[in-house]
Design a protein around this ligand. Structure first.
Ligand SMILES: NC(=O)c1ccc[n+]([C@@H]2O[C@H](COP(=O)([O-])OP(=O)(O)OC[C@H]3O[C@@H](n4cnc5c(N)ncnc54)[C@H](O)[C@@H]3O)[C@@H](O)[C@H]2O)c1
Ligand SMILES: [Zn+2]
Length: 380
């Protein structure tokens, strides 16, 4: 059995922001616009406000404080939000903003807290509208039922999964990510690439997730380098937004695997941005998985139109070499030491990573603590 859940309405393409009015006009009276300081400074929120000003609607900008918030920081925003009377949330931002907006949307007026949802995610019930405009390409959070929070005492990022967090309306407008700084475009693009390849090779892969993961993978491999390096490459940027969204759909139907599981402690303990942590773990985990995922990687070779394999067994290696080349071209750090993580830290990373059973169980090859240790050691 496999299933697929999707946002109710999606518009895509350069200039699609102007469709915001169709989502808002006549439906909502008071919209909370969630965004963060970096995005507000970039001018993107001004463009969104311009559209809201054309509608008969009140709005307020809610500046969410930090990148990749903890469960308690998220709770603080939700408590403040609860003192006001909004009937919809519009998230304008990357995964951090969207995830917080999603959690808020299922905890408005609720007796439950974010910490309650860590144990019982389905306690959250949505009572207000939820719209998303991603400004990174990206997490695909605009498609998924997941919200990821940092749990400080566990030194781990933890996923809360509840289908009510899938939004009503999504706008994927490449014009909005024109000025995305190279470093953020690169790390968030690698996150999308990781989602696509993990979903395609996941134990839970199925015809729905494969359709979206494969399309996402093709779009990313063919567009990511230009989208990151050339500010005016609007077609490539639109393709990256689409790819990130597709990879989010693939996550919804299938699931990520050991790359995300072993990258969560890097974010949880060392605050390494999510995309960079995945970019670092992607190659060592995929090399570990290569034999178990040979069939899927051979399919990737063919769908990506790669060349150079004389024998079928060489195909998976060529796919992984192409991914390695992308990671290298985008200057993602390669070693833990570059991030001040030393050999003595590895046992703790293993201990935390092995707790992410929700994702480890999706990995085609069983990961033992000894395997996890070797994987971290490979990038020391
Ligand atoms: N819910 C999901 O399905 C899902 C999936 C993957 C990751 N995540 C979570 O998403 C978070 C990471 O999100 P992210 O990678 O999008 O980064 P982010 O939202 O943390 O943003 C990173 C930085 O980029 C800036 N920024 C974003 N868009 C910009 C733009 N267009 N111009 C200028 N600056 C911009 C922000 O201000 C911020 O400083 C993590 O917490 C991760 O765990 C969630
Ligand atoms: Zn991710």
């Amino acid at each position: 059995m496999y299933s697929l859940k999707l946002p109710r309405n999606i518009v895509s393409g350069a200039g699609s922001l102007k469709e915001l009015g169709t989502a808002v006009q006549g439906k909502y009276k008071n919209v909370a616009v969630f965004s963060d300081g970096g995005i507000i400074k970039s001018g993107i929120v001004d463009k969104v406000i311009e559209q809201l000003n054309c509608c008969d609607v009140q709005y307020e900008i809610i500046e969410t404080a930090t990148k990749e918030p903890t469960c308690d920081e998220s709770q603080q925003i939700i408590d403040d939000f609860n003192r006001k009377d909004f009937d919809a949330i519009l998230a304008v931002g990357g995964g951090s903003v969207m995830d917080l907006a999603k959690l808020t949307s299922i905890l408005v007026g609720s007796e439950h807290s974010v910490r309650d949802l860590l144990e019982s995610p389905l306690l959250g019930k949505r009572t207000i509208g939820l719209m998303m405009i991603p400004t990174t390409a990206g997490t695909g959070s605009e498609a998924t039922p997941n919200s990821i929070v940092l749990v400080p005492e566990k030194e781990l990022k933890v996923g809360i999964v509840n289908p009510e967090m899938i939004p009503d309306f999504v706008i994927l407008d490449g014009d909005l990510i024109r000025d995305l700084p190279l470093e953020i475009a690169a790390s968030t693009g690698i996150d999308a690439l990781t989602h696509a390849i993990e979903c395609y090779t996941s134990k839970l892969a199925n015809p729905f997730s494969n359709l979206f993961a494969a399309e996402s993978l093709k779009l990313i491999v063919h567009n990511i380098e230009k989208a990151c390096s050339d500010k005016d490459s609007i077609d490539e940027k639109n393709n990256m937004l689409l790819a990130a969204f597709y990879a989010g759909i693939a996550i919804t139907s299938s699931g990520t695997t050991a790359v995300h599981a072993l990258s969560y402690p890097l974010g949880g303990k060392y605050k390494i941005p999510h995309g960079i942590a995945n970019g670092m773990m992607l190659m060592p985990v995929m090399r570990f998985n290569e034999r178990a995922c040979q069939k899927e990687l051979v399919e990737c070779y063919d769908m990506l139109n790669l060349s150079g394999a004389k024998r079928i067994e060489e195909k998976s290696n060529i796919v992984l070499m192409r991914i390695e080349e992308i990671i290298s071209n985008l200057a993602i750090p390669k070693t833990l030491r570059e991030l001040h993580i030393e050999v003595d830290d590895i046992d703790q990373l293993v201990q935390s990573g092995m707790k992410v059973e929700r994702l480890l169980k999706n990995n085609k090859r069983i990961v033992s603590p000894e395997d996890a240790k070797k994987i971290y050691q490979a990038i020391l």
